[in-house]
Design a protein around this ligand. Structure first.
Ligand code: AHM
Ligand code: MG
Length: 351
């Protein structure tokens, strides 16, 4: 049997040989990974654990919370607040930040998460996941506020996600490529199953919620129209479509075999830049995708360069195989030039 490398061993080696991970960051990642195991147990129990259905509450964005959204949020908070590695946390499911309580030592990092991504898939037994992003606390003060979190994604020290699917997988970057781990349920441990994951630059597969087509901006419509035209169209090849409606699962497929994922701005709510959240979803996924050789933009700009204005900010997302992301971004630039020349206003698509 080939030698198995555990998450702990992987992290120790990153710390020792690569110098990528200070001790507190290693502890943080191990604690998040342990919390994901606890969430996986709840997810697996489903109806037997009485964890399905809605919780009867809404989050700050007015979305109905599922029981598992709340359970997962609590698991992550409780696991992370006492270890001395964090100063504060922020979650898609909480209105404001959660500073580490005074009774615990304060650490150097800030943790952001979407505790259970793909909530609409919980009750129908389709893959869902946890997404997380790690920032450094930039100043010495102990009174952490939302402003401490408002850093561009390029400042992330680590990012990852766990997908609860047929297998439970943890995907991680500390800025030195992307590694995938699979949960060995019998042993209760994370085992390294792929290192230096690479997304092919070209693809024949796209992921988008097609039901919104009539609301898209022209560059997105043009890109998808050309994919749909297949061999006979300008792309000269047939495309396949996949849409799981769980970003974790769609991104996991792209990391495994390539593809492009789009959740664009649309004209139903012109002032809303997109559906997905910059700090809990787009930034961590952009970091992972770029570390795997892919690209991630909001149609105009690299996602990781966007300066967040608020914690729960939303953004338009195009990510995955590099050449496709560049094509979509190029179509937006051409659209901008054309409407500029005609003196028209641009759709509010910027992040
Ligand atoms: P959530 O964090 O509330 O689950 O919402 C985010 C999810 C993404 O995982 C997914 O890509 C998207 O919303 C699906 O949206 P739609 O319902 O339009 O298909
Ligand atoms: Mg989500």
């Amino acid at each position: 049997m080939s030698k198995r490398i555990s998450l702990t061993q992987y992290l120790v080696e990153q710390q020792r040989h690569q110098g990528n991970i200070p001790g507190q960051l290693r502890l943080l990642i191990e604690v998040v990974a342990r919390a994901c195991k606890t969430i996986a147990i709840s997810v697996n129990k489903g109806a037997l654990g009485e964890v399905l259905g809605t919780a009867g509450s809404e989050n700050v964005q007015g979305e109905v919370q599922k029981k598992l959204d709340i359970i997962s949020n609590e698991v992550l908070i409780e696991a992370n607040q006492w270890g001395g590695h964090l100063a504060a946390m922020a979650s898609e499911e909480m209105d404001s930040i959660h500073p580490v309580p005074d009774r615990y030592p304060q650490g150097e990092y800030l943790l952001l998460f979407d505790p259970l991504d793909g909530s609409s898939n919980i009750d129908v037994n389709v893959s869902i996941g946890t997404i997380f992003s790690v920032l450094r606390k930039l100043s010495d003060h102990e009174n952490i506020t939302e402003r401490d979190f408002l850093q561009p994604g390029s400042r992330q020290a680590a990012a990852g996600y766990c997908v609860y699917g047929p297998q439970t997988s943890l995907v991680l970057t500390v800025g030195n490529g992307v590694a995938m781990f699979t949960l060995d349920r019998e042993m209760g441990s994370w085992v390294l199953t792929q290192e230096q994951v690479q997304i092919p630059a070209d693809t024949k597969e796209f992921a988008i919620n097609m039901s919104n087509m009539r609301h898209w901006a022209p560059p997105v419509k043009r890109y998808i129209d050309e994919c749909l035209a297949g061999k006979e169209g300008p792309r000269g090849k047939d495309f396949n479509m996949r849409w799981v409606a769980s970003m974790v699962a769609d991104v996991h497929r792209i990391l495994t075999r390539g593809g492009v994922f789009l959740y664009p701005w649309d004209k139903r709510e012109p002032d809303k830049p997109g559906k997905l959240r910059l700090m809990y979803e787009a930034n961590p996924m952009a970091f992972i995708v770029e570390q795997a050789g892919g690209a991630a933009t909001n149609g105009h700009q690299r996602i990781m360069e966007l300066q967040p204005g608020k914690l729960h900010e939303r953004v338009s997302v195009v990510l995955g195989s590099k050449n496709e992301v560049e094509r979509v971004t190029g179509y937006h630039a051409q659209g901008h030039e054309q409407s500029h020349a005609q003196g028209q206003a641009q759709p509010q698509a910027a992040g």
